[in-house]
Design a protein. Structure first.
Length: 405
């Protein structure tokens, strides 16, 4: 039997002889595309015109028939060199076909069968096995690094989407069975292929919480927020919000012999310098602690909200340019916060256009001065001067502030 793998590194295997022909042996993306197209359509002959349209751009060659004939010659030569005299391609009248007498297995077809069978199964163990078999077959994208025609791109998208579905369905089954290490493995692997899938990040974090890998769970949560924000402009989604709630409930898990061990664990690994930047959920918890202190400590403390906006003279009709300018400005504003705020100040990204800052031991006048200092530093970092920053401030009180509801 001939096995052809088109997911990830391209490979042709003769299971009877054990001979394997891979990318290095073929040395041609065009040969990979030709073999794959013929095998996909092996139920019928493929015309010369159809093959040319599937492999070349319209103006790529002046002699389509000659180019295809030459490619077929190269295919037959490389197959003969590696697999002997067996006939792989049959020539017809104005057509070519993959030899129907050859027992041939194509990985994308088996992959799809496994996923569909697993999805249809009502038995958890059977579904788990089906998804596991499918995931083992997915070694990378369809015709990896050479998909440049419409049929290749759409097929690559189709199988990639099917793979992500299989990962998420299997992760759900694993989580229900409390197989947390298995969830971690498949999600970590899947994120190498697609690092912007929110559900896979959430499942990974749940698996780490289940294994009491709390620090790693927090690290992956912060990474997920950053990646989704940078790549998709996505913030504050419901799925990540649910995971945040679980993270905030975590305890350390292991029992320690003395308080010094806990102290070492809590201490910051790097030298303390400047503002403490954190996620908004952590900021909110810190704020609530500070608000409670106000019932017994008569000390001024303020919250500062900084909002980045396009200047009045800037045309905001171009949505893409607007997002670019704001994203760039928020990076500059974060840098200004790091350069100007003190040790003990706390800041968090509140929205796509806002930072919120908690200023302990800071009067109203001092807070105004801080806002001015941050804004002036932001202006010094800006080249285009197309984005401005506005500030609002509110005193921390023992009752919840409207700013943090």
């Amino acid at each position: 039997m001939i096995k052809i793998c088109a997911l990830g590194s391209f490979t042709i295997i003769d299971t009877d002889s054990g001979v394997c022909l891979d990318d290095d042996g073929l040395r041609s993306d065009m040969l990979k595309k030709l073999i794959t197209y013929l095998v996909i359509h092996r139920e019928h002959p493929v015309t010369v015109q159809e093959l040319f349209g599937a492999l070349w751009q319209d103006d790529e060659t002046e002699n389509p028939a000659g180019a295809l004939k030459n490619l077929m010659y190269r295919l037959r030569a490389v197959m003969k060199k590696n697999f002997g005299d067996a006939t792989f391609v049959v020539t017809g009248s104005g057509s070519y076909s993959w030899n129907p007498q050859l027992e041939t297995e194509l990985d994308i077809e088996e992959f799809e069968k496994n996923v569909k069978r697993a999805k249809a199964s009502k038995d958890a163990d059977e579904a788990t096995r089906g998804f596991e078999e499918a995931l083992e077959m997915y070694r990378g994208e369809f015709l990896e690094n050479c998909a440049d025609k419409h049929w290749m791109v759409t097929s690559a998208t189709y199988y990639h989407s099917m793979y992500l579905t299989a990962v998420k369905r299997l992760a759900a089954l694993y989580l229900k069975a409390e197989r947390f290490a298995d969830v971690e493995n498949i999600c970590t692997h899947a994120l190498r292929f697609d690092d912007v899938d929110e559900q896979i990040y959430c499942d990974l974090i749940k698996s780490l919480i289940g294994q009491q890998k709390n620090e790693l769970a927090l690290k992956n949560f912060e990474n997920a927020k950053k990646v989704l924000q940078d790549a998709l402009g996505v913030r504050g989604t419901k799925k990540l919000a649910e995971v945040e709630k679980e993270l905030l409930k975590m305890n350390k898990g292991a029992v320690v012999e003395n308080i010094e061990n806990i102290y070492d664990d809590m201490a910051e690994e790097e030298d303390v310098e400047g503002v403490y930047l954190c996620g908004y959920p952590v900021f909110r918890e810190i704020y609530r602690v500070e608000a409670r202190k106000m019932t017994r400590v008569a000390e001024a403390e303020h919250v500062l909200l900084l909002t980045a906006e396009l200047g009045e003279e800037v045309d905001n009709s171009n949505e893409h340019m607007t997002r670019f300018l704001i994203k760039q400005a928020m990076g500059q504003l974060e840098k200004a916060l790091k350069r100007t705020l003190r040790v003990g100040d706390i800041a968090a990204r509140y929205s796509d256009t806002q930072f919120i800052v908690l200023l302990p031991s800071c009067t109203y006048e001092a807070t105004k001065a801080v806002a001015k200092r941050v804004i002036n530093d932001f202006k010094s970092l800006q080249r285009s001067k197309k984005v401005i920053v506005k500030s609002q401030m509110e005193q921390v009180e023992s009752t919840p502030s409207v700013l943090v509801r």
